[in-house]
Design a binder for this molecule. Structure first.
Ligand SMILES: [Zn+2]
Length: 350
């Protein structure tokens, strides 16, 4: 079985919602959502980034927004910023949920490369604690605290503004060039993440913020769950110029499985087959090279293609790559090796 290392999932919110049944949901599943341990094993997933994300109180996934997302053109307003006092309890609950999964013995929250390799060798899911939008990190002292808790990857924004940067609004057709770059605090954040060897994630940043991090960071540039703007001109996708900048840093892009970022028409409706996904992959390979493309599913956070209904279905994507003529060495790079080697270059702990 081909091992899969995945760049982004939103499972932790479902674990939190299950309350005291969170470990049980992980170990057995409940037939809902996209991920649980049995389906992770079935799909060959050996590790990935588990996102902590604070939901916006209202307005993003209401009926009107969904109707707009199904009928481009659209440009959704950015949800209101969330104050730290409101964000911190959510973030703490999700971090606690991830650590509760670790106590089942089936998953390890990895804090470095040695840890990551050990977890995989022991058949534990190698989980990276990631934060998508850092409203729960009000200052650099809090960043150090979260690092102690196990945080090894963060995106300064979800599609919502923080004190560090501006998020990119969901818009189609549109470029990511909407809004301002990093604030002075955001620039300090980049330096502090570089010093702590916390991976910085460019997904959800607008173009000005992307450019600031590209200029300031000493780590390979990474977008954990994004697609190619040349094929689907969504504001959330990466332009060819951005892909080129990532390539020059020896960085990586995790291909997002979300139907709305894959479909050429940008509609939030299930993608019918995986052909267009392969076109995104080919396009990214042409610019980023064989070491710069990986996977970033967005499981439990987005509307999936019909043939990728959950993590157990990832072998369908691998079969599509085989049919498209990708050799096994390239498939293994895309499905796990590229993530692991970019983490080696970022964390530098072994
Ligand atoms: Zn996301």
């Amino acid at each position: 079985m081909i091992p899969v290392f995945d760049g982004h999932n939103d499972l932790l919110q479902r674990i939190v919602a299950a309350g005291p049944g969170g470990q049980d949901l992980w170990l057995k599943g409940n037939g809902q959502g996209h991920m649980d341990l049995p389906r992770i094993r079935k799909g060959g997933m050996v590790g990935g980034f588990f996102a902590i994300w604070v939901p916006s109180p209202a307005g993003f996934d209401d009926e009107d927004a969904l109707r707009q997302l199904e009928n481009p053109p659209f440009r959704l307003p950015l949800p209101d910023p969330i104050p730290p006092a409101q964000a911190i309890p959510h973030a703490m609950q999700q971090a606690a949920a991830l650590l509760s999964l670790e106590r089942t013995g089936t998953l390890r929250v990895v804090r470095g490369i040695t840890d990551l390799h050990e977890a995989m060798a022991q058949g534990q899911v190698a989980a990276i604690m990631h934060m998508e939008g850092i409203e729960a990190i009000p200052d650099m002292d809090a960043l150090h605290l979260w690092h102690r808790l196990g945080l090894r990857s963060l995106g300064p924004v979800w599609s919502r503004n923080t004190r560090y940067a501006d998020g990119v609004p969901f818009a189609y057709p549109a470029t990511p060039d909407i809004g301002a770059g990093l604030s002075p605090e955001g620039k300090r954040l980049v330096a502090e993440c570089n010093a702590l060897r916390i991976m910085l994630d460019l997904s959800h940043l607008n173009e000005a913020g992307f450019n600031d991090i590209a200029r300031l960071s000493d780590a390979p540039l990474v977008a954990s769950h994004s697609c190619a703007h040349a094929i689907c001109p969504s504001s959330r996708n990466l332009t060819d110029r951005q892909l080129q900048v990532i390539a020059e840093s020896r960085g990586l892009v995790g291909l997002n499985y979300a139907s709305s970022f894959l479909r050429e028409d940008g509609r939030r409706l299930p993608l019918e087959n995986l052909d267009v996904m392969l076109r995104h992959m080919d396009h990214m390979l042409a610019i980023l090279g064989e070491d710069g493309v990986a996977l970033g599913s967005d499981f439990d956070g987005a509307l999936m293609p019909a043939d990728l209904a959950d993590v157990a279905a990832v072998p369908n994507l691998i079969a599509a790559m085989e049919r498209a003529g990708y050799g096994e060495a390239l498939i293994r790079k895309i499905t796990s090796e590229n993530w692991i080697s970019v983490l080696e270059r970022t964390w530098k702990d072994g």
